[in-house]
Design a protein around this ligand. Structure first.
Ligand code: PLP
Length: 453
């Protein structure tokens, strides 16, 4: 429509660049998620809360690299910490355990008391991969359960029923397990069991039937960063998994630092057996963390180390008694320097960031109400999303299917043309660089776009 025409007029250099990019990368992009039709806007520079594209257009950034940039673009304290680490240590990668791993680890242990021991990875994907392997190793079972619509990374074991078609998805109370990618073996549909989020009775029934096969339940406490679990659902999930001898994994890749510094487990006051952190925890640099109960994490003590420490692993007799976990870049010093600086800044700023998000959410709701357009602003802390729906309660994947996505898309493109950036249909994240000025400008743009719908 009109808004696409205006989009094309404003972003000709993005289109030219995108054609070039397509000669280098399939689909012109190095992650499927980074593409959107008709072509993605190509950004050239980020500063604080703002992005600048190849055509010189300026945007307030609400994508924030899918939530990772909790301090915005180029926060001076993060840049300084990374720079100092690079120059002072003379090399950037030691291939040995080092000071920052322990400093960061102690911070995480304080903020997440359920994390007694941890390991570093390079991404959220690797963090959940490790958590799941730990759970299978610890329990001796080989299936996992996840919730419909929840994302835990791009590998086969968890890439089922993230975004299934309603036709394939089956009964809402016992959903089918549907592979999300070409090239996946049916094995993964059989070995990953799908649960209905926020439905404790149906979830418990499935888990009870499969308790001897299921090593762990992995959950996004806030589905997709904007549908919170109800407190009673979380309490019940902790209870039933405990009762059945199934481990509970909180995937806090999105939620860590975005509710409070203690993530969803602090918010719900629940102790998961294992947790995964990512995104904001590296302040924009690639990291993941897998941590949890000592007795579970200890499954990965290397044999040589168990001889030195002479502790719980004395029964190790072969390589298969130890869980394998490795990675050339795990615990990268520059990234841990960025993470530590990020925590320092957040300790002062997190309440203000959440306050700004709340203010924006409220302002948006008010504008929609004035125009009589049904919308829900869903989310907690510094993440939220707009769902165009008359439905008054959105609790899971099935409820989202009632939303008007074509209206939302049109709305998002008009906002792009007004300099409000998120990937169309994506949730909003707020950073420490967002303040009153950004809120006011965003609400003005919303008002203008709503007036023209
Ligand atoms: N788990 C959750 C809840 C996520 O939101 C994501 C990323 O969006 C991942 C895991 C995967 O993290 P990464 O993209 O760093 O591999």
């Amino acid at each position: 429509g009109m808004e696409i025409k205006r989009f094309a007029e404003k972003t000709p250099k993005s289109l030219d660049f995108y054609k070039e990019a397509s000669k280098v990368m399939p689909g012109g992009s190095t992650a499927n998620i980074k593409f959107y039709a008709p072509y993605p806007i190509i950004m050239e520079k980020g500063k604080g809360s703002h992005l600048y594209d190849l055509d010189g257009n300026e945007y307030i950034d609400y994508l924030l690299s899918y939530g990772a940039l909790i301090l915005g673009h180029g926060h001076p304290r993060v840049l300084q910490a990374v720079q100092e680490q690079l120059y002072e240590s003379g090399t950037y990668l030691f291939g040995t355990p080092h000071r920052l791993e322990v400093e960061m680890g102690k911070k995480i242990q304080q903020l997440y008391p359920s994390i007694e021991l941890l390991r570093y990875t390079n991404s959220g994907t690797e963090a959940t991969l490790l958590a799941i392997r730990l759970a299978c190793a610890f329990t001796g079972k080989n299936k996992i359960a996840k919730f419909e619509g929840h994302y835990h990374g791009g590998y086969d074991q968890v890439l089922v029923s993230v975004n299934p078609s309603v036709v394939e998805a089956g009964h809402p109370q016992h959903p089918n397990s549907i592979a999300e990618s070409k090239g996946m073996d049916e094995y993964h549909e059989e070995h990953t069991i799908i649960l209905p989020f926020n439905d404790l009775d149906a979830t418990s029934e499935i888990l009870r039937k499969r308790k001897d096969e299921v090593a762990a339940v992995i959950v996004e406490p806030i589905q997709s960063g904007f549908i919170p679990a109800t407190q009673s659902f979380m309490d019940g999930l902790r209870e039933v998994t405990d009762e059945l001898g199934i481990l509970l994994i909180f995937d806090e890749v999105k939620t860590c630092f975005r509710l409070g510094l203690g993530g969803a487990q602090e918010y719900y006051n629940i102790k998961p057996d294992l947790s995964t952190l990512g995104k904001a925890v590296g302040g924009g640099y690639p990291i993941g963390i897998t941590g949890g109960k000592k007795e579970i994490m200890d499954v990965s003590i290397p044999k040589a180390a168990s001889d030195v420490f002479d502790n719980s692993q004395s029964k190790i007799s072969s390589a298969k008694d130890v869980l394998f976990h490795s990675g050339t870049y795990n615990g990268h010093p520059s990234i841990l320097a960025a993470g530590l600086a990020t925590i320092d800044v957040l300790e002062e700023e997190i309440d203000r960031i959440n306050g700004i998000a709340g203010q924006l959410k409220k302002g948006i709701s008010k504008l929609f109400l004035q125009r009589g357009i049904a919308v829900q602003t869903l989310g907690l802390g510094s993440m939220f999303n707009l769902i165009f729906t008359e439905k008054d309660q959105i609790l899971n994947y099935r409820d989202l299917q009632h939303a008007d996505y074509s209206l939302r898309k049109e709305f998002d493109f008009q906002l792009l043309n007004e300099g409000i950036y998120t990937k169309p249909l994506n949730r909003y994240s707020i950073s420490s660089a967002h303040g009153q000025k950004e809120v006011d400008r965003t609400l003005e743009a919303y008002d203008k776009v709503l007036g023209s719908l």
